[in-house]
Design a binder for this molecule. Structure first.
Ligand code: SF4
Ligand code: FE
Length: 482
């Protein structure tokens, strides 16, 4: 199967019968819906980049499973160079779309499941690894978009899954049949799920003996019977439905998140990759989280590039580009952004092979990367807000710009220099607003905090991975302390 183009991808989504609900209505015309199309275009970008002569060498790679040339977004990393190239590719997509392009979650899930199933089979004589290889070779050959679904609703955070008032608050196996399993539950915050062909369900935390029903990993088509989607709201999202799209800020691209409900969803055995082996649930969670924490060292840096570019441009349009304090602020933004990239590259370059053969990132550095991501985009956004000025929050609408009475006043009083077109200036301000306070801030700020786990989760992993005892021993040796 040839690599899909963006248009092939968009066409392939049309044939899916997705049960989606949006703003109080069930919706079947997803491919024409104003809220959805920008997010689909962002995913389409990842397909077109595999055909663009300038980027295809980075996006195309030989599969380790089927030897075909595939899109890197479905690649199983075969070395540290692949891990580094993944981050480079994500930065490029982030810069090109200024939003979440949604396709990394499946890549990260696949790499985690690949190595975990190998080790699980070795210990428990289960058949998961070869099943997963067959499934993933098909995904690669069909050039599909896969969503990795990890985050359960979790109910009362102080209780284990079986102690919850409703056992479905953690997705679980509710029935076991001769041909497969039945799952019930929900996954929250699902980035791009409604723009995907397939879902890889994974456990949300390390399960313990007695919690076998919740230790489940399996693949489900997005239009499977019993799967339902409830669209997540983003700040200013309905601006996307307005006739003049200037106020959206990022009129072409956007991210997307949904709540996904699984109600008595049947999964045949050949699509089940973990089913009760609690001792491998935590390994799967940690590896997926590490890959996705690495991912943020690419995608958020790319979005940061767009924000820095827009900030430098608005400074120029405002006539302050040469002011020392403005130059210092922009250099600070660059420094913070490149520090994130350095972390993304570092955890990739020092990754190691797993027993299954694919490569895993350096877990300590991936967690350091993501912990920085929980902070730096906020500081970069603060500096962008500072440089852009108060108009960022008070500018009149595109509709008033078009109005014959108010339009001339807006053009007169928002003018800066003869070289700067007022409408262009307004467009740049709206893009910055989108990223720091509008729909784009879901991906650039809230997701930077909570996506791939909140900062507390990274601190726990950093504490575990840092070999503190090793450091203490070395100090004692240096000081002759027994
Ligand atoms: Fe990819 Fe970043 Fe979106 Fe995650 S948040 S899917 S890493 S673009
Ligand atoms: Fe994410």
């Amino acid at each position: 199967m040839a690599l899909k183009t963006g248009n092939d991808y968009l066409r392939s989504m049309k044939s899916l019968d997705l049960k989606a609900h949006m703003l109080g209505q069930s919706t079947s015309d997803l491919d024409r819906h104003g809220l959805v199309t920008p997010s689909r275009r962002a995913v389409a970008y990842t397909f077109d980049a595999a055909h663009d002569p300038e980027t295809r060498d980075l996006f195309c790679v030989e599969s380790s499973l089927c030897k075909d040339v595939i899109n890197r977004f479905s690649h199983l990393h075969q070395g540290t160079e692949d891990l580094v190239n993944k981050v480079r590719m994500q930065r490029l997509c982030g810069t090109g779309t200024a939003c979440c392009f949604q396709r990394c979650v499946g890549m990260d899930a696949a790499n985690a499941i690949y190595s975990t199933t190998f080790e699980c089979d070795r210990k428990h004589k289960t058949p998961y690894h070869s099943r997963f290889k067959d499934y993933w070779a098909w995904v690669q050959q069909q050039d599909l978009v896969v969503d990795g679904a990890m985050t359960d609703p979790k109910g009362d955070r102080g209780k284990r899954p079986k102690e919850q008032m409703d056992p479905d608050l953690f997705l679980r196996v509710s029935d076991r049949r001769s041909e497969g399993i039945v799952i019930n539950g929900a996954k929250l915050h699902q980035t791009g799920m409604l723009n995907s062909h397939e879902i890889l369900v994974m456990p949300t935390l390390t399960m313990r003996p007695g919690e076998e029903a919740w230790a489940v990993c399996c693949a489900v088509p997005t239009d499977a019977e019993g799967v339902r989607y409830i669209y997540g709201r983003q700040a200013s999202d309905t601006r996307k439905l307005e006739k003049n799209t200037m106020d959206v800020g990022n009129p072409r691209f956007g991210g997307q998140e949904v709540m996904t409900v699984f109600e008595d969803v049947f999964v045949p055995h050949e699509r089940v990759f973990l089913n009760g082996e609690v001792d491998f649930s935590g390994i799967m969670v940690e590896r997926f989280a590490a890959y996705h924490r690495q991912s943020y060292g690419g995608c958020k840096v790319g979005v940061g590039d767009s924000l820095i570019g827009a900030t430098a441009l608005i400074a120029r349009m405002n006539g302050v580009e040469k002011a020392t304090h403005i130059k210092e602020k922009i250099v600070e933004m660059i420094h913070l952004n490149e520090t994130l990239y350095a972390c993304g590259i570092a955890c990739s370059a020092t990754g190691e092979a797993t027993p299954s053969g694919n490569y895993l990132v350096n877990m300590l550095l991936a967690n350091v990367c993501k912990l920085n991501v929980t902070r730096f985009p906020y500081e970069i956004s603060r500096l962008a807000t500072d440089v852009a000025g108060g108009l960022l929050g008070t500018m009149p609408s595109a509709a008033d710009l078009e109005d014959p009475v108010t339009g001339p006043y807006i053009r007169k009083y928002l003018a800066t220099t003869p070289e700067v077109d007022v409408v262009d200036r307004m467009k740049v301000l709206r893009l910055i607003e989108n990223m720091v306070a509008g729909a784009g801030a879901v991906g650039y700020l809230i997701e930077s905090m909570h996506g791939a786990g909140p900062p507390a989760a990274q601190r726990i992993m950093i504490g575990r991975q840092a070999d503190l005892e090793g450091k203490i021993t070395k100090v004692k040796r240096m000081l002759d302390i027994p």
